[in-house]
Write a new protein. Structure first.
Length: 487
């Protein structure tokens, strides 16, 4: 059986040495999603390095109902985000065209203003980051290179000035003048166009300015933009590969970030002497997301890889004093998006959302992760049945029942409102073994398992049974799930 936490009971006072925090209660949009993405009760504190960040999430605003926008903005705020990024999309006909037009799904100015004002009401700041795409969505905006540059920049500037005016009137705190326009921004022949755009925006808008620059993979925009001196932040669009396999460890992901920092980020920091923020980054919940963050490496759901990528991101960047924050891609104002069967970028109702909450809200120290390799050859452990009126129940946080899994992944359980230090937990595999689980943080029992070593039953199925006992040996509860192994 697989149990999930009651998604309606999230409202407790937590007391600490530093402050009092209220964790607001909210209702799940999809009960099914909480099979894996259930929120555990955590006291929210701030990591020292993250406390001053721009903690942003990008809302995919189009023409959604205001009620859905309201609900999702409230959810975003509860993650601990202090910035909402909005990316109204415009389009040009081809890489050589000069037109800059609204898309059919570009949010109306009225809906944009409504969303900006609502975000401010909730205590978030706003970054407006207009995107220009090609009608042919198979082509990337980095390749836009109009034949008539003068006409193009007249049209592009008009679009930006429309949003600059809205931003000034509605106190938008930050404005991006472009995103991933590699051929337009890195060509020094276009520098005077960009400086004119920036000058005209500055005349109408008093907030901070940035640009979202792509780098790596042959698109070396970051260190070749000639107008960083006219902006307030160096912005990065950071979709760089972090692995060459589908089972990267968190340590290997952090090592990849260190190599990227050394090759790209530190040179930019020294060269431009500007605060650095990541204006866009995200990962799909698919196998191989670390290999190809910007696209589809596979069609297989892998919620754990997405969560690990978020964890590695925070663990690395929170230690960089020069780093000013992040704006994650993306979040839909739609109650039917996200969840454990979704393969797209959004972290909504997935373990990745809990990683965001963990770091954006923060705890003083990250959980200590035990590394345990199962040995199903240990003496079988009898598993009693749970009494029907049991008040303390094991909740399986990860992985998902009937999922296909490989590599090093986590088995995580918890008992609602029960400190893990007050009980023992163990798991068995196909009726064999009594493998202890360790305390992972204030609410979890956890074991990190190398699933590739599970060969006794081929690819499965493997029945995993969890059992919990009080410290005096009294039975608390049992729960189970079925797993398959991808060898």
């Amino acid at each position: 059986m697989v149990r999930t936490r009651d998604s309606h009971s999230r409202g407790l006072w937590f007391e600490s040495r530093r402050a009092h925090f209220i964790v607001m209660s909210y209702t799940s949009k999809k009960i099914l999603s909480f099979l894996l993405a259930a929120v555990f009760l955590l006291p929210y504190f701030s990591y020292a390095g993250i406390e001053s960040w721009q903690k942003g999430i990008t809302l995919r605003l189009r023409s959604q109902p205001k009620a859905d926008i309201d609900a999702e903005l409230a959810e975003i705020r509860q993650t601990g985000a202090n910035y909402l990024t909005i990316t109204p999309g415009w389009v040009t006909d081809s890489i050589s065209s000069s037109n800059v037009d609204r898309k059919t799904n570009t949010p109306s100015d009225d809906l944009l203003i409504y969303t900006i004002d609502k975000a401010h009401e909730l205590g978030m700041k706003v970054m407006l980051k207009p995107h220009l795409d090609l009608k042919d969505y198979s082509r990337w905006r980095a390749n836009i290179d109009p034949l008539n540059k003068t006409l193009f920049f007249i049209n592009y500037k008009a679009m930006l000035l429309l949003y600059a005016k809205i931003s000034q009137a509605h106190k938008v705190e930050q404005f991006a003048i472009g995103s991933e326009l590699f051929k337009l921004s890195s060509n020094r022949a276009n520098e005077h166009y960009w400086r004119d755009v920036i000058s005209e925006i500055r005349r109408r808008y008093s907030g901070k300015l940035t640009y979202s620059a792509v780098f790596g993979g042959g698109y070396e925009e970051l260190n070749f933009i000639p107008f960083w001196d006219s902006l307030d932040y160096v912005g990065l669009s950071a979709y760089l590969p972090l692995a060459n396999n589908t089972n990267p460890s968190i340590e290997s992901l952090k090592a990849s970030w260190a190599a990227i920092e050394k090759k790209y980020v530190i040179p930019a920091l020294l060269k431009f002497n500007k605060p650095i923020i990541i204006t866009e980054i995200g990962y799909k919940s698919i196998d191989g997301a670390a290999i190809k963050p910007e696209g589809n490496y596979s069609n297989r759901i892998d919620l754990q890889e997405q969560a690990d990528l978020y964890w590695a991101f925070f663990e690395f960047w929170r230690q960089r004093d020069y780093f000013g924050g992040v704006h994650f891609w993306d979040w839909w104002p739609d109650p039917n998006r996200g969840g454990i069967f979704d393969k797209d970028f959004t972290p909504q109702d997935k373990p990745a959302e809990e990683i965001i909450r963990h770091f954006f809200g923060g705890v003083i120290e990250p959980p200590k992760i035990p590394y345990i390799t199962p040995n199903p050859a240990i003496t079988p452990v009898p598993v009693p049945s749970a009494p029907p009126d049991s008040k303390e129940q094991i909740i399986i946080f990860s992985p998902v029942d009937n999922s296909k899994i490989s590599g090093e992944k986590k088995l995580k359980i918890y008992i609602e409102n029960k400190n893990p230090e007050t009980y023992f937990a163990a798991y068995s595999v196909n009726g064999e073994g009594g493998i202890s689980m360790k305390n992972a943080d204030p609410y979890f029992k956890q074991a990190v398992v190398q699933f590739d070593s599970w060969t006794q039953n081929g690819d499965g199925p493997y029945s995993v049974v969890f059992i919990a006992r009080d410290l005096d040996g009294s039975f608390i509860d049992t729960a189970s799930l079925t797993l398959f192994v991808k060898h």
